[in-house]
Design a protein around this ligand. Structure first.
Ligand code: A3P
Ligand code: MG
Ligand code: MG
Length: 374
């Protein structure tokens, strides 16, 4: 039977291809400025206080079995993506304590912007976001896709262990005091971190403002630690943040290609968006033994892959995101705190779709309406 192919007037589509149209002078991305930070404690309680972030101190490769302590891993209970409520609470706190008004066109987690930024080269990871327009601001949260839900429900013991490796690497690479205070390898604080119980409820979030072209953004982002800091705690910590990552060691050309094509784009996007200058990669073998450490500068990543066959291009990503944001702000017009738009990317080479959902999945909680209202 022939299908009715009349387009649904309530669905808007932003084509991703051809990518050539984004290959031009880069849209300007302002250096992000941190406006506040907050943390979650071991019980996942949120605190907006002046407790310091942890400091980088290189992992000892001899302690590098990343599976150690897995049986004691305290893992955050989570069923799918987090709401943006804690981020909104932190912004309200700024408004109440400093009287600053919140100026932004789009507010979300950095992880959501990362997924959007990488979309031109995304081949196999569909995403879906919910967005509510309220008082001229678009608030965006993540929805779990069917693919992500199946991955979560069918995750194997090995894939759960591999998630632990990432957190264990963070534990083995950080300490509670600046590295300058550690005078010897026998320092008890190094022994302590080696034996510490990994609890991924604990997290530090930096909130920054920036803009891409004419789009003013506010984003909250998990940050891992600080590097090259002597006391006192830096007033503008962003250029002292570093991102920690684990990756499989690269044994051959194929491994290098996969790393550069699929991992480096995400590493770059994640750190670039909040202005983190350096990434430390812990390379591990298939059994989770840490083999080497490598420091890379975020801004040098695009050059590392430039001109290589079947790679990705950072300027294309930025121009894509800029034009997508402009377009999104043009189609998200119904200002209704009780409703939302679904923004979805289902298949590579297809478009991004936006559909309005009346009285469904509002992104803001009731407590946010008055502080973010007119
Ligand atoms: P790796 O990135 O080294 O694998 P982040 O690097 O963003 O700070 O995240 C820290 C760790 O959290 C990751 O370490 C990984 O172990 C886990 N993690 C983060 N996002 C994840 C995801 N989408 N799926 C599975 N694990 C994830
Ligand atoms: Mg992190
Ligand atoms: Mg990390």
């Amino acid at each position: 039977m022939e299908q009715n192919i009349r387009p649904d007037p309530n669905i808007y589509k932003f084509p991703i291809h051809p990518l050539k149209r984004f290959n031009k002078k880069s849209a300007e991305y302002k250096q992000p400025v941190e406006i506040t930070s907050f943390r979650y404690d071991e019980n996942r309680q949120m605190h907006i206080d002046d407790r310091e972030l942890r400091y980088y101190y290189p992992a000892n490769l001899e302690d590098g079995n990343l599976s150690v302590g897995y049986e004691n891993f305290i893992q955050r209970e989570s069923e799918g993506p987090e709401t943006i409520h804690p981020l909104l609470d932190a912004l309200i706190h700024i408004k109440e304590t400093r009287g600053d008004s919140i100026k932004a066109d789009i507010i979300s987690w950095r992880g959501i912007f990362t997924k959007m930024l990488c979309t031109p080269y995304n081949r196999n990871e569909p995403w879906e976001f919910g967005a509510t327009l309220y008082n001229n601001k678009i608030f965006i949260e993540e929805h779990e896709t069917e693919q992500a839900r199946l991955n979560r429900e069918r995750s194997t013991p090995k894939s759960k262990l591999m998630v632990y490796w990432g957190y264990k690497f963070e534990a083995l690479s950080t300490i509670g005091v600046p590295a300058t205070e550690i005078k010897s390898q026998d320092d008890p604080r190094l022994l302590e971190r080696k034996n510490s119980i990994v609890n991924n409820n604990i997290q530090y979030c930096s909130v920054s403002k920036t803009s891409l072209g004419k789009n003013r953004l506010i984003m909250g982002a998990d940050v891992d630690c600080l590097i090259d800091v002597k006391p006192p705690y830096p007033e503008n910590p962003i250029n002292k943040y570093i991102e920690l990552k684990t990756s499989k060691i690269l044994k051959n050309e194929r491994d290098t290609f996969v790393f550069e094509r699929y991992k480096l784009i995400k590493f770059w996007a994640q750190s670039f968006l909040i202005g983190i200058p350096k990434i430390i990669i812990g390379f591990r073998d298939d059994d989770g033994n840490l083999c080497s450490l490598k420091e890379i500068k975020t801004l040098e990543i695009p050059r590392m892959v430039r001109g290589k066959d079947k790679m990705w291009d950072a300027v294309t990503c930025l121009n894509f995101l800029n034009e997508f944001f402009e377009w999104l702000r043009g189609v998200i017009k119904i200002e209704d705190a009780n409703s939302s738009y679904i923004i979805s990317f289902k298949e590579p080479y297809q478009e991004i779709e936006v559909a309005f959902c009346h009285n469904k999945n509002p992104v803001l909680a009731d407590r946010h309406l008055k502080p973010f209202g007119k």
